[in-house]
Design a protein around this ligand. Structure first.
Ligand code: AHE
Ligand code: ZN
Length: 396
């Protein structure tokens, strides 16, 4: 199939707010510096729902969503050196009779990256950020770097999403937007490293000083639980989980939270930030927002200790939302910061994270609470709203 169009199935979102529709899609071969991937599994993340709903300012329709995938490289375009496709190699003829030995190499197991890593742009070379600038502009327009799409449905062009479009059985990504991982790791699990778990891990591990410090995490979904898991990993002294869903207490404690606070159960009129400051002798060393709610972001900042507390925004707020607090909160030494994909450089760091998973250092299996197939992917979107859903993985 190398160099040919592949016909397969994909979940297409035809317009803002519409449910996904499974369609027969034609996937063009990869052009230079592009990789075509057979997607085997994909998680569903709130950001897919955010864009589906029409709230994403960058949303372009029709589109193939999905950005938390795992798959196998099917073919590569010219100039691709970082991943290898499925290939068959015929070797020597033997003795007096014709004996053909055939070696079959499976394509690399890969994770598509919505935060590319080209290692050449100003951002990559700065050593200060994981936000690569190489393909971000076209990615935001739902296009490949040459400003065209590789997807067609009934002759109509369909947009890419986040440079990944993992809700398709085959997708094409830029070579800077994909990383090969250890094939002994189950893709139905490590696909989650394409967004949620890695984002949470990086947000904690790349933050200096969490070891021996107090932490509060607001929101106990995939990101929040990942923050708890990573805080345990680096040796935080106290980890307070905050969630309005009482069912999340068991989850939070299983992942290593030392305390659980339900803001709806506080004495009349007491704000969550005031309560946390009270029970932590002046506030937390570090707080993390994993909700995307701007009021929660404010509470997370204001729950920080005077003089040094640092609050990290991880959650994606709805388009147009703004954060606010009294400047005095910052003047008196609290820091408000944020990171995308946890500040992780995907090509450099995800292989190591997969090893950490294989060595039992980080949790991954535990997040998968729901499983769906491509034909029931819309149910996966509904699962996400259930209080007991951490991640739904779709078998493509
Ligand atoms: N396109 C949106 C921005 C949405 C956003 O913030 N995306 C996060 C990833 S969410 C993962 O589930 C992000 O990391 N963005 C970094 C980037 O380069 O976009 C909008 O506001 O229009
Ligand atoms: Zn995501």
């Amino acid at each position: 199939t190398v160099g040919k169009i592949i016909t397969c199935k994909a979940a297409v979102c035809w317009g803002a707010g519409e449910p996904l529709k499974v369609e027969v899609v034609e996937v063009d071969p990869p052009k230079a510096h592009e990789v075509r991937i057979k997607i085997l599994y994909t998680g569903i993340c709130h950001t897919d729902e955010y864009t589906r709903s029409g709230k994403d300012a960058e949303g372009a329709f029709p589109v193939i969503l999905g950005h938390e995938g795992g798959g196998i490289v099917e073919s590569i375009g010219e100039g691709v050196t970082n991943v290898k496709p499925v290939r068959i190699i015929y070797l020597h003829l033997r003795r007096s009779f014709w004996f053909l030995e055939m070696y079959w190499f499976q394509g690399d197991h890969v994770i598509p990256l919505y935060t590319a890593e080209c290692r050449e742009c100003k951002f990559c070379k700065s050593g200060k950020t994981n936000l690569c600038g190489s393909v971000r502009a076209t990615q935001g327009q739902g296009l490949m770097p040459d400003k065209t799409s590789r997807f067609t449905v009934n002759g109509q062009r369909v947009f890419h999403f986040m440079g990944t479009s993992t809700f398709s059985q085959y997708t094409v990504v830029a070579d800077v937007s994909v990383v090969a991982v250890n094939p002994s790791a189950a893709l139905e699990k490590v696909c989650l490293l394409g967004c949620g778990i890695t984002t949470a891990w990086g947000s904690v591990v790349k933050q200096q000083g969490v070891k021996g410090s107090t932490v509060a995490v607001f929101g106990c979904g995939c990101i929040g639980l990942g923050v708890i898991n990573a805080s345990v990993l680096v040796g935080a002294s106290r980890i307070i989980a905050v969630d309005v869903n009482p069912g999340k207490e068991t989850w939070a404690r299983e992942f290593g939270a030392t305390d659980f606070v339900n803001p709806t159960k506080l004495p009349e009129g007491q704000r969550i930030q005031d309560y946390l400051v009270e029970i932590t002798d002046g506030g937390l060393d570090f707080t993390f927002d994993a909700t995307g709610n701007v009021d929660v972001m404010r509470a997370a900042l204001e729950a920080c200790h005077k003089g040094w507390g640092v609050s990290t925004i991880i959650g994606v707020a709805a388009a147009g939302k703004e954060i606010s607090t009294r400047p005095f909160q910052l003047v008196t030494g609290r820091t408000w910061r944020g990171s995308a994909f946890g500040g992780v450089k995907g090509r450099t760091e995800i292989p190591g994270l997969v090893e950490d998973y294989l060595n039992g250092k980080i949790k991954v299996d535990e997040y998968v609470t729901h499983k769906r197939t491509l034909s029931t992917i819309n149910d996966g979107f509904h699962d996400m709203h259930d209080g007991d859903c951490i991640r739904c993985v779709v078998d493509m």
